[in-house]
Ligand binder design. Structure first.
Ligand SMILES: C[S@@+](CC[C@H](N)C(=O)[O-])C[C@H]1O[C@@H](n2cnc3c(N)ncnc32)[C@H](O)[C@@H]1O
Length: 474
C-alpha cells in the first residue's frame, strides 16, 4: 500500500520502477513544468478516461458520495495550472475531491457546499490528526465496545432522543441501540474538547449508516464503525508521511450563488455542479444527516438541480437550473484572478425525452460574464462505476469545460434581470433546436410523435415563466 502511495506522489518515482505503466506516464507528464500555452496543449495528451487508474486512495476512501469526480481530474489541472502555495477553489465541493488533491500537492484550498454532510466529509479528509489524539480516541472506543449497551429497554428512550423519529423505521432495535452508543461516545469526545476526533467519528458513523441504508440492516454496526475509524486513522497517517508542509484549507457551508470568498483571490477553480433532474442530494443523505443531528431544511430549499417540483412542466426545471448555475458562474468569475482557469465538469441529462447538453449552455453563458471557453474535453466514465439515476438512466460520459477568465464581470449574481435575460436567450435557442428535431434523448421506449411535439409548447410555456422560476427562493 505504501508503495502505491509513493507511486502516486513521489516525483522521483521513475527510479522505483523498471517498467512504466499508463499511470506513471500520466504522472510524469503532469509533473513537468509548462508555460500556460504548453499546458493547454498537454491537456490533449492526457487520456481522460483514466481507465484502470486507482481512484480510491488515502482519504478519498473516507465516505462514498454521489456523482463525485475522479481525483485525476482536479489533480491534472492543479499540477498543470497552479504552483505550490497558490489557491484552488471548489464552490460545490461535495466530498472534497478537489481539496484533497490540492492538500496533497501543497496548494491552499477553499471548498464550499450547501450540504452540511459534504462540508463535514471535506473537512475531515483534509485535517491531519496526531498519534496522541488517536491514542485517546482508541481508548475511548475500546471502553465503548466493552460496555456496549444492549439493554433494549433503553432503546425506546433512545429512539425518543433521536433527532427525528423517522430514523427508527429503517433500522432494527439492536442497530439503533448500537448507533446511539456510538453517538453518545462521540458527544463525550466533543465535550472533552477533541473536536477533530468528533468530526472524524461523525464521518465514520455516517459512512456506517450509508452502508446500512445501501445494504439493509447489519447488526455488526459497532464493528463496521470501529473498522472504519481504524482505516481512516491509517489513511491519515499515510497522508501525514507524504505531506511536507500543511497547506491552508478553508471549508465553507454556504451557497455557491453567494460565495464568502474575496474578489480576485483564486488561482484555479475545479468544480462539478449537480446535474439537472438527476438527484436530490438532501434525499440521498437524509438518514446520515438526521443521525448526525444536521439540519437539512435550508439545503433542501436552496439545492441546485433538485427535481421534486415543476412536475407538470419539467422544462421549468431547466430554466431554474440554468439561472442557478449562471449565478454561481458569476461568483466564480468574481473570485477568480484574471487569466486563470475555471474548470466545470458535467454530464448530459435528459428532460421529457430531450437531451440536455449542460456543458454547451454553460459555455454560452460563460461568454456573457467574462469567461472564454478554451476547450471541452469529453471523457467516458468507467463502465463498472456508472452512476445511475431513475430519471436519466445511465450516465456514461461527462464533459470537462475549460474556461479562462478574460474579463471581470460587472454583473452581480443577484441581478435577477440579467439572469432571466441570459436564461431566456438559452431557452429560445433550445426551443429552436427542439423544433427541428424532437426526442433527442430517447434511450428506451419511443413515445408518439404527437407527444414529442408537445415538448415545443412546453418549452414555450417554460419561457413565459423564466423571470419567476430563476428568482432565488427566499
Ligand atoms: C456533483 S456534486 C460535487 C461532487 C464533487 N465534485 C466531489 O468530487 O465530491 C454537486 C454538489 O453541489 C452541491 N450543491 C447543490 N446546491 C448547492 C448550492 N446552492 N450551493 C453549493 N453547493 C450546492 C451538492 O450538495 C453536491 O455536493
Amino acid at each position: 500500500m505504501m508503495r502505491n502511495v509513493k507511486m502516486l506522489y513521489d516525483t522521483q518515482q521513475k527510479t522505483l520502477f523498471e517498467t512504466r505503466n499508463p499511470e506513471q506516464e500520466y504522472l510524469e507528464l503532469i509533473n513537468k513544468e509548462y508555460n500556460f500555452q504548453d499546458a493547454i496543449e498537454i491537456l490533449d495528451k492526457i487520456d481522460w478516461d483514466f481507465q484502470d487508474f486507482r481512484t480510491q486512495y488515502l482519504t478519498h476512501t473516507f465516505h462514498s458520495y454521489p456523482a463525485r469526480f475522479i481525483p485525476q481530474i482536479p489533480l491534472s489541472f492543479i499540477k498543470l495550472f497552479t504552483k505550490e502555495n497558490e489557491t484552488v477553489l471548489d464552490p460545490m465541493c461535495g466530498c472534497g475531491t478537489t481539496l484533497v488533491e490540492a492538500f496533497l500537492n501543497n496548494r491552499n484550498s477553499i471548498g464550499n457546499d450547501f450540504n452540511p454532510l459534504a462540508t463535514l466529509i471535506t473537512k475531515v479528509k483534509t485535517t491531519l490528526i496526531n498519534e496522541d489524539e488517536f491514542r485517546y480516541f482508541n481508548k475511548k472506543l475500546a471502553v465503548m465496545k466493552r460496555y456496549l449497551d444492549l439493554d433494549y429497554r433503553r432503546v425506546d428512550e433512545r429512539i425518543n432522543n433521536l433527532p427525528n423519529r423517522k430514523v427508527s423505521k429503517i433500522f432494527n432495535r439492536v442497530v439503533i441501540s448500537k448507533l446511539e452508543s456510538i453517538r453518545e461516545t462521540l458527544l463525550d469526545v466533543k465535550e472533552e474538547g477533541h473536536n477533530d476526533l468528533f468530526d472524524l467519528g461523525g464521518v465514520a458513523l455516517s459512512s456506517t449508516i450509508w452502508s446500512l441504508v445501501e445494504n439493509g440492516n447489519g447488526i455488526d454496526v459497532d464493528d463496521m464503525f470501529l473498522k472504519k475509524v481504524k482505516s481512516m486513522q491509517n489513511d491519515l497517517n499515510k497522508m501525514a508521511k507524504i505531506i511536507k508542509t500543511i497547506p491552508g484549507v478553508r471549508v465553507i457551508c454556504g451557497d455557491a450563488r453567494k460565495l464568502d470568498v474575496k474578489n480576485d483571490s483564486i488561482d484555479l477553480i475545479v468544480t462539478s455542479p449537480p446535474y439537472v433532474n438527476a438527484l436530490d442530494y438532501y434525499r440521498a443523505h437524509m438518514y446520515n444527516m438526521l443521525w448526525l443531528g444536521m439540519d437539512f431544511d435550508l439545503f433542501r430549499k436552496h439545492e441546485i438541480g433538485g427535481h421534486s417540483h415543476f412536475i407538470i412542466n419539467r422544462f421549468r426545471l431547466l430554466s431554474e437550473y440554468l439561472g442557478d448555475v449562471l449565478r454561481s458562474m458569476i461568483e466564480m468569475n468574481r473570485v477568480l484572478r484574471k487569466d486563470k482557469l475555471c474548470i466545470i465538469v458535467v454530464g448530459n441529462s435528459s428532460l421529457e425525452y430531450e437531451l440536455i447538453e449542460s456543458h454547451k449552455f454553460f459555455a454560452e453563458m460563460g461568454k456573457k460574464i467574462g469567461f472564454k471557453p478554451i476547450k471541452t474535453i469529453f471523457r467516458n466514465i468507467d463502465k463498472t462505476r456508472k452512476y445511475t439515476s431513475a430519471d436519466i438512466g445511465k450516465i456514461d460520459d461527462e464533459y470537462i469545460l475549460v474556461m479562462q477568465k478574460v474579463d471581470d464581470t460587472n454583473i452581480s449574481a443577484e441581478d435577477d434581470n440579467f439572469v432571466s435575460d441570459v436564461v431566456r436567450e438559452q431557452m429560445l435557442g433550445f426551443r429552436e433546436q427542439i423544433k427541428k428535431c424532437q426526442g433527442t434523448s430517447i434511450r428506451s421506449r419511443k413515445p408518439t410523435n404527437e407527444r414529442l411535439l408537445k415538448n415545443v409548447d412546453k418549452i414555450s410555456e417554460a419561457i413565459e415563466t423564466i423571470s419567476k422560476d430563476t428568482k432565488i427562493k427566499r
